[in-house]
Write a protein that binds this ligand. Structure first.
Ligand SMILES: *Cc1c(COP(=O)(O)O)cnc(C)c1O
Length: 414
């Protein structure tokens, strides 16, 4: 049955509600049904054989061909609908693969595109799970890793130029929790100067898909912890990888089928229902954060507010203006009184909750040095500016005046 889709190209907020879903395949239901089956009944033994040929990469589906589903570890209708609908949110993306967490998306990307004896470059500070995966799991299997400080364009260019058998350049920008930005275009250009064309992979969790568009700047893959802004309610774990080149996504799906880390049907359905509001939520959250960040810089308990609209470094401001549409909803506050002040601040908050994670409707705050980043050696923490007095805040969709009052009261207490 052919899907009824508009004969013209629609814009992303429309596509996210119309692409990839045909109500007739869900008995007319306006929202997709949840297909929990682990296995699918073939149309015929011939179509079963055809489905395996396509799944194992021995044949490609013809345009418009309906290939039978096989088994839910390979794919299922809810993952397919979600993958179709998330694509228009990421500028220039042509295909997506969904995973059962952000870490599943990131680890599957590395396991698919690099191996023993090859090299990976990553910006630091990087997400703790990513660092652990690369250093504690991949290095013992023979992968070489090179860490480059976030925002150091020259160091990144040099590392990309000189690395042996470089397969992946992973850029996480802005960095967590310091919000330091790395020049995406410079990373892409450095990678393109190499004849062995390493992949530029961007962890776009903090600003994407609304405010930062790495594929447009030439990156090959964009990865997400969809647990954060894409899902938006702190109630589902999920990951997404998007690419301009569908072949890259096909390779990822092949690894995913073996690892068994596809996003499950219920979670796919949940995440899919959140996509049409990502832009609305992120815009509101960014506006809230910007108002608050700019109004607390002068508070006597605060030494620094780390937030993109407050950058004073020229190079950082240049990168921000070149690759970000809005400053986003993540900020870090450095308190003059060190750890005791940071802990008193966290204990004094009444609306903002003390929890890790980010991107949800509700505002959350944490102390990175003793929680999310506690695996880092002290020298690395100090070098990255993750001090004893640093508190990270994920600003939600509450009324910004209530949040400002809550944060000011807690600062007064600190
Ligand atoms: C949370 C997060 C991850 C990991 O995602 P999970 O969904 O928790 O597995 C990766 N990168 C960044 C930047 C994150 O914030």
């Amino acid at each position: 049955m052919k899907k009824r889709e508009p004969p013209y190209v629609v814009r992303p907020p429309t596509a996210v509600l119309t692409r990839g879903f045909d109500p007739r395949l869900s008995v007319g239901s306006a929202r997709p049904a949840v297909f929990r089956s682990s296995t699918y009944v073939f149309t015929s033994p011939d179509s079963a054989a055809r489905a395996f040929e396509v799944a194992l990469g021995r044949a490609r589906p013809a345009p418009g061909e309906n290939v039978d589903l096989i088994y839910a570890r390979l794919s299922h209708p809810n993952a397919e609908i979600l993958e179709d609908q998330v694509v228009p949110l990421e500028r220039e993306a042509q295909a997506a693969a969904v995973f059962n967490s952000g870490m599943a998306a990131i680890s599957t990307t590395f396991l698919t595109f690099c191996g023993p004896g090859q090299t990976v470059i990553y910006t630091t500070p990087v997400y703790g799970g990513t660092r652990h995966f690369l250093r504690a799991l991949m290095e013992p299997w023979g992968l070489r890793t090179i860490a480059v400080p976030a925002g150091d364009t020259l160091a990144l260019e040099r590392a990309v130029e000189s690395a042996k058998d470089l397969r992946i350049v992973l850029v996480e920008t802005p960095a967590n929790p310091t919000l330091v930005m790395t020049d995406l275009r410079a990373a892409v250009e450095a990678a393109r100067r190499r004849p062995d064309s390493p992949l530029v992979v961007v962890d776009n969790t903090f600003l994407g898909p609304t405010f930062q568009h790495p594929l447009e700047l030439g990156a090959d893959l964009v990865v997400y912890s969809a647990t954060k802004y894409l899902a938006g309610f702190s109630d589902v774990l999920a990951g997404v990888v998007l690419a301009r080149d569908p072949e890259l996504v096909t390779s990822l799906r092949g690894t995913r089928a073996v690892l068994g880390n596809i996003l499950q049907p219920d979670e796919s359905w949940l995440l899919q229902s959140r996509l049409p509001t990502v832009t609305l939520r992120m815009n509101r959250q960014s506006k809230n954060a910007q108002r608050i960040a700019e109004l607390i810089t002068k508070h006597p308990a605060v030494t620094r507010v780390l937030y993109p609209s407050l950058f004073t470094d020229h190079e950082q401001a240049r990168i921000r203006d070149a690759q970000c549409d809005f400053p986003g909803a993540m900020m870090s506050i450095e308190l003059a009184g060190g750890r005791p002040a940071a802990f008193t601040f966290l204990r004094s908050l009444r609306i903002v909750r003390n929890a890790v994670s980010l991107g949800g409707m509700e505002s959350l705050a944490c102390h990175p040095r003793t929680t999310t980043h506690s695996e880092l050696p002290v020298e690395e923490l100090d070098r990255a500016g993750i001090g004893e007095g640093l508190v990270r805040i994920s600003v939600g969709t509450e009324d910004w005046r209530d949040l400002l009052r809550d944060i000011r009261d807690a600062l007064d207490a600190a």
